[in-house]
Design a binder for this molecule. Sequence first.
Ligand SMILES: Nc1ncnc2c1ncn2[C@@H]1O[C@H](COP(=O)(O)OP(=O)(O)OP(=O)(O)O)[C@@H](O)[C@H]1O
Ligand SMILES: [Mg+2]
Length: 434
Amino acid sequence: MDPTPSAKRTATVGNPTRRRPRWRGRGSVTTAGRGGLPGRTVLDHATRVVSTVVQQVWPGEVVSIGPQLPSVTNYVTAVTVREGWFVAKYSILGTSLLSILRGACGPWDRVEAAQRDYVQQPTAQLARERSQLRALAAHARRTEGSLRVPAVIAYQDGVLISTASSGSSLAGELVRGRIAPDRLLTDVIAIATALHRDQFLARELSGSPALATPHTSIAATFARKFTGVEASCYLDSLGAGWLGGSARTQLATSFRVLREILHPLLRRLPAPVVIYGDLKPEHVLLDTCGRQTWIDPGLQRGDPAAELAKLLSRVALLLITSRPSLARMDAVGAAMDLLVTSFVARHPRPDGITALRRLLVLLLADWANYLASGLSVPPDVTLPLPPMLLEATGQAQSLLRLAGEAAASLTIDPARAWGTVLAGTLDLATGQPG
Ligand SMILES: Nc1ncnc2c1ncn2[C@@H]1O[C@H](COP(=O)(O)OP(=O)(O)OP(=O)(O)O)[C@@H](O)[C@H]1O
Ligand SMILES: [Mg+2]
């Protein structure tokens, strides 16, 4: 029995593009200032709870916990036991770990007390994720389709343990893989479309509303961040500790301009089907035969445009932040364009243009949500954050300029807006100023 993960095995959990994660060598977390919670206390708590559950799941086995995997939201860690690799996930109050560390839910003793009740709730975030993974596994068995999801090993005391998939992620594969990007992305959309059409999942979700992930759609997140009573304060606080006063004022203005255009268009979007909800390149893992396993579902009723918008938004950010070879970049850009063209073609005229507008509103709103999350990270928190978040945040000004330019032609000419997004993405990815 070898309880210690070898360097090689540790690196291949999840995504090989993270072979040298930037947080390695730093402490996992530092103390957040100004009302924030001591990061060590929070992470020690999470590690302790995960260890206890793991000992109960594999009694008498030597188990090793770590490394912590990149997440903005939860404590996620690899777990190694003799029989292999697993992933353990632990959510505190269903709120992002960053917010907890910022002190948004109050002092630690209050959070800890609330957490004891929270983990017993059947609607706790990870209880829901367990049910969704089971529903998706049932869907995969029934349809004999190509979607796979991790198997649930246990859910106990708020800790979800599932099987790990080694291999690359769609993100790594798009940037430097061997499979053609158009094939990769077309496969993803084919799997998503089969999900949208599945009556079994639709029945499961309407029969058990608690199964759906609430308030996480692109539109709901945008409304929460940018239009609530605290939106003004929130916008003015973005970038604090990272950027000087005038750069922050400029950023807040760019967000406000985007809000004026996007908010009216985001209201009352249709929700005709069940969507996966959080379909992004890091959530699609590929084995050596190219078979896909999807992780971290956020099943909800939604617009198929929202599914595609999230995927395109994150693939664009991936290109901008990882700067693949020119040939690969062109191929990914062409694959994105193909997806959009096919999406528009699936809608009879003149609905294609309306659908394209919906798609782009959602894409730009997702950019705004993503950048705002990055800009609200306190500089002294060194959680293992996804490298793409940090890189994209570093380019927030150029990205917001591009988003504003695309948004300006959304109402009159969505096709032109898409051209702006695609060309601007490739420009930023090749290092041309936005
Ligand atoms: N079953 C798995 N197999 C391999 N790697 C995994 C698995 N589950 C999670 N990971 C890795 O851990 C990372 C974080 O997991 P996950 O997305 O489930 O957490 P999260 O808290 O929802 O993160 P975020 O909010 O950033 O999406 C993933 O991006 C992936 O790299
Ligand atoms: Mg995730």
